[in-house]
Design a protein around this ligand. Structure first.
Ligand code: FES
Length: 105
């Protein structure tokens, strides 16, 4: 597991998400009330981009923009159908303005 700089913190909107490509793999980074979360960007149901989904800050979930499955930002768990498989989560942090994820293939 190694930390990889994926971009700059400023690229992630406050209370929003953005997808980054890490070694050919799409990872969605979200910022909720100043806290960072990283999960696989691709929905386990049918390949939608979760970074384009709407955040539910109270439940710390993102809603898939295609069919509405909710995924936990903290655990990656699929909380509602039609998705039932979790997405992977990654440790993400900022050092100064730079954004890092811990990623291994
Ligand atoms: S593609 Fe995400 S719920 Fe269907």
């Amino acid at each position: 597991m190694s930390a990889i700089q994926i971009g700059m913190l400023a690229e992630v909107p406050e209370e929003g998400g953005k997808a980054f490509t890490v070694e050919g793999h799409a990872i969605a980074v979200f910022r909720v009330e100043g806290e960072l979360f990283a999960i696989d960007d691709t929905c386990t149901h049918d390949d939608a981009s979760l970074s384009a989904g709407e955040l539910d800050p109270d439940m710390l979930c993102v809603e898939c923009p295609h069919h509405g499955a909710l995924f936990s930002l903290r655990t990656g768990e699929a909380r509602t159908l039609p998705a039932y498989k979790p997405v992977k989560t990654y440790r993400v942090y900022a050092e100064g303005d730079a954004l890092f994820v811990e990623y291994s293939t």
